[in-house]
Write a protein that binds this ligand. Structure first.
Ligand SMILES: O=c1cc[nH]c(=O)[nH]1
Length: 573
């Protein structure tokens, strides 16, 4: 079925913002929600016509956010709390787990052009089951926005003598204009600022290596506040890994960009894989190196001015840059910190706005536009900053890890175990029209895994279980998902058959044929569309999400279990 056919069938024009359907429904989106540049397909499949960036640009944009300096603060804080050896092992454990779980998530997101929220829906959580993970993800973005904003504010305070409370406000407001313009503005900003950021990031390490190479050997004897000094302690390594593992949800931000990858073809497959692996799980290679760098600089700062501010990146860079540029070190360090934090906090606010859009569209059946939720996310972060969240870094992140890793573990298990075993659909289905509200496979696994690990985190099962509680969450999430998929026979994944005549897949790729939505009368590519008996025609995924009156009538036909293979394909994927 083509656009014209569809318009003819529904008797509607394919343009305009308002439509009258057989049910009398009308939907006109706010102009913010209708502007693709502002809206960035935040609740939808990213259509082929919008995915016009090369793999290199998408990967650079996705990696641009990894400029964040929280890694320096986290590495510094872990080294001060647990000493060199335990901190190094903690960082390594977290990096391995984050890399391994990131591979399938990055691949499926890039292949099916869906963000983390849409991916979660289809990876065993169900349409409403993933509202909980939208909140977990939104919390990641506002917790980290607050930590990064605090780091930027510390630079305003030291470099420009602005009081901390006012600095928090400036740090929050600064990123809003960029975020409003979404991928289009962010990709330009990230690409242009990357080289200068990279040079400034490594400069202090090179300068110290030249002027005082013995510092690196002395670092290996740094004990910080640890009772075991620089020596290794299993418990300390576990606790440190717990803090670093809070970053596991970072893969969500990576795939918010990777969904804009062009289709993988014979010609571009090397660049495609290079971009997906480097900007997907590969983010953690840079992340772990920065944590080690932060641990080293914290030791370096401690030697010179004491431990109390040694985990603040502005102090780390000030002293690092003083080794070769003393007269301008404060100006350079302030510039570097502000640049880094603008790069990451634009990403935090952007991804937060996507999560809130997802959450509220499902719960309230309303979508005023992604831009509105930027203000909510930034507002919560500002409150956290003013409440002094930076002072509780280890505790906040250590606790958060338990929940985040339970979610990522359950999604990963669905993609790498359930799909190959054919216990889960071979593709990613994200549309309300086709999903059950709750799928016990992912949703249940995540709830149980996070409950057990939180109880362990609060010391119910002894010191070792407390220290390694995030790994308990990961293990339970990975094991329970296939068990629940097997026991439920995969029947809570797909609620009904795909009723559109137009094939979903053409020549091995998702179809880019556009169909007109009966409700909003705009045209969307086939993967974003479903057939709607309530409106008697094709409906786009967002109009379907926002429909409060249908009470899921399309899923009440009692058709029984639905085949888990790719629906209506011209040629197999
Ligand atoms: O601030 C941060 C740090 C890590 N990851 C993010 O997404 N944001």
């Amino acid at each position: 079925m083509t656009d014209t056919d569809s318009s003819a069938r529904t008797g509607q024009a394919s343009t305009g913002t308002t439509a009258t359907t057989s049910t009398g429904a009308k939907r006109a989106y706010h102009r913010w929600a209708k502007n693709d540049t502002l809206e960035d397909y935040s609740l939808r499949y990213a259509p082929k016509s919008f995915r016009r960036w090369s793999p290199y640009v998408v990967a650079t944009t996705a990696l641009g956010g990894i400029a964040y300096l929280a890694d320096f603060a986290i590495g510094g804080s872990i080294a001060i709390s647990y000493g060199f050896s335990s901190a190094a092992v903690a960082i390594l454990i977290a990096a391995v787990v984050i890399f391994a779980t990131g591979i399938p998530i990055a691949y499926y997101s890039a292949k099916y052009s869906v963000d983390m929220d849409l991916l979660t829906r289809g990876a065993g959580f169900g349409y409403l089951g993933s509202t909980l993970t939208s909140i977990i993800y939104a919390s990641f973005t506002f917790i980290f926005f607050a930590l990064e904003g605090s780091i930027m504010a510390q630079a305003f305070q030291l470099g420009l003598h602005i009081p901390l409370a006012v600095s928090y406000l400036i740090a929050s407001l600064l990123v809003i204009p960029l975020v409003i313009y979404g991928m289009t503005a962010l990709s330009k900003m990230q690409v242009w600022t990357q080289p200068i950021w990279l040079i400034m990031m490594v400069a202090p390490f090179l300068a110290i290596a030249v002027k005082d190479p013995g510092e690196f050997a002395r670092f290996t004897h740094f004990g910080g506040d640890s009772p075991t000094g620089a020596g290794f302690s299993f418990l300390s390594a576990g606790a440190g890994a717990g803090v670093a593992l809070s970053l596991i949800a970072q893969i969500g931000e990576q795939v918010d960009y990777l969904r804009f990858m062009p289709d993988k073809t014979e010609e571009n497959k090397k660049q495609w894989w290079g971009a997906v692996l480097s900007a997907g799980p590969g983010w953690v290679v840079l992340g772990a190196l920065k944590q080690l760098g932060g641990a080293f600089l914290a030791f370096y700062v401690t030697e010179k001015i004491g431990k109390s501010v040694a985990d603040e990146p502005i102090q780390q860079y000030l002293l690092g840059l003083k080794t070769f540029a003393a007269p301008v070190a404060l100006g350079l360090a302030t510039f570097f910190v502000v640049l880094s934090q603008v790069k990451i906090n634009s990403t935090n606010a952007y991804s937060g706005s996507l999560s809130w859009s997802n959450f509220f569209s499902r719960v309230l059946h309303k979508h005023p536009g992604r831009v509105v939720w930027i203000f909510l996310n930034v507002g919560i972060s500002l409150a956290l900053m003013e409440g002094g969240v930076f002072g509780f870094l280890n505790n906040v992140l250590g606790f958060y890890s338990n929940v985040a890793i339970a979610w990522i573990g359950a999604v990963t298990a669905d993609l790498v175990i359930n799909k190959p075993l054919k216990l889960s659909p071979s593709y990613i289905e994200f549309k309300r029209a086709h999903l059950y509200n709750f799928n016990p496979v992912g949703f249940g696994s995540m709830l149980i895994a996070s409950a057990v690990s939180i109880v362990a985190y609060f010391n119910a099962f002894g010191a070792y279980a407390k220290a390694f509680s995030p790994l308990i969450a990961l293990g339970i999430g990975l094991a329970l998902s296939p068990i629940l998929a097997y026991t439920t026979k995969g029947k809570y994944y797909i609620a009904r058959v795909d009723g559109l005549d137009e094939p979903l897949v053409v020549d091995g790729l998702l179809s880019s044929v556009e169909l007109t939505c009966t409700v909003c009368t705009d045209a969307f590519e086939r993967p974003d569309m479903a057939s709607c008996p309530f409106h008697s025609g094709p409906i786009c995924s967002l109009c379907c999400s926002l429909e409060a009156a249908c009470h899921d009538a399309c899923k009440k036909t009692g058709s029984g279990a639905v085949d888990l293979g790719m629906p209506v394909t011209a040629t197999p994927v």
